[in-house]
Design a protein around this ligand. Structure first.
Ligand SMILES: Cc1cc2nc3c(=O)[nH]c(=O)nc-3n(C[C@H](O)[C@H](O)[C@H](O)COP(=O)(O)O)c2cc1C
Length: 169
C-alpha cells in the first residue's frame, strides 16, 4: 500500500472478525515496530504478543476503554525497559513511535487496530503489570488491539491550516 494512502486511511478499529491474524503478519508488524526511531537509538523496548483468550479478557477487565478486546484476536503490549533507559519520558516517546509504526503496518497488511493508552495512568500500569507479571524494570506504555476489521469508519477531514505556524509564533 502506498505510504500516504496508509497514513490517511488508517482509522481506529474497535470491531473485529473472529479469524486469527497470520503469524507472518505478526512478524511484519513487530519488525515495523522495531524500525521506529528511538532517542540515542536505545531501542529500549519490548513487545508482548498476546493471543490467549483468557489473558485478553483479563486485560479487558482492568482497562476501562478496552472493551474491543472481547473480539480482537490479538494484542501487542509495547513496553519500555527502565534498565536500558531510566527516563520514562524517553521510554514513552520511543514506544509511542513504535506504536504508530504498528498501527500503520497493521493497516498496510489489511488489518484493523486501535491504540489503547496505558502510560501515564498509574492504575492501568499497575493492573497490566500484575496481569502480565511484568518485571519491575518493564514499563507498559501502550496496548494495541489488532484483527481483521468488522467495521469501516468514515474518513474524517483532519487537515487544518490554522494549526500551522511558520517561522516565529
Ligand atoms: C495515547 C492514546 C491513547 C488512546 N487510548 C485509547 C483507548 O484507551 N481506547 C480506545 O478505544 N481508543 C484509544 N485511543 C485511540 C483514539 O481514540 C483515536 O486515535 C482517536 O479518536 C482518533 O481516531 P483515529 O485513530 O481513527 O484517527 C488512544 C489514542 C492514543 C494516541
Amino acid at each position: 500500500m502506498e505510504l500516504f494512502e496508509t497514513i490517511f486511511n488508517r482509522r481506529s478499529i474497535r470491531r473485529y472478525e473472529t479469524r486469527q491474524v497470520e503469524e507472518e503478519k505478526v512478524q511484519e508488524i513487530l519488525k515495523a515496530a522495531m524500525f521506529a526511531p528511538s532517542a540515542r537509538n536505545s531501542q529500549a523496548w519490548h513487545f508482548m504478543v498476546i493471543t490467549d483468550r483468557t489473558i485478553l479478557d483479563e486485560i479487558r477487565c482492568v482497562h476501562p476503554y478496552a472493551g474491543m478486546l472481547a473480539e480482537a484476536p490479538l494484542a501487542i503490549l509495547v513496553c519500555g525497559d527502565k534498565s536500558i533507559d531510566p527516563s520514562e519520558g524517553y521510554l514513552n516517546t520511543n514506544c509511542s513511535a513504535a506504536t504508530q509504526n504498528i498501527l500503520l503496518a497493521a493497516h498496510a497488511l489489511g488489518l484493523g487496530s486501535v491504540w489503547l493508552g496505558v502510560f501515564p495512568r498509574e492504575e492501568r500500569i499497575k493492573a497490566i503489570a500484575e496481569v502480565l507479571r511484568l518485571p519491575q524494570h518493564i514499563l507498559p506504555i501502550s496496548l494495541i488491539a489488532i484483527g481483521y476489521s468488522a467495521e469501516k469508519p468514515e474518513k474524517p477531514e483532519r487537515f487544518k491550516p490554522e494549526k500551522i505556524h511558520r517561522e516565529k509564533w
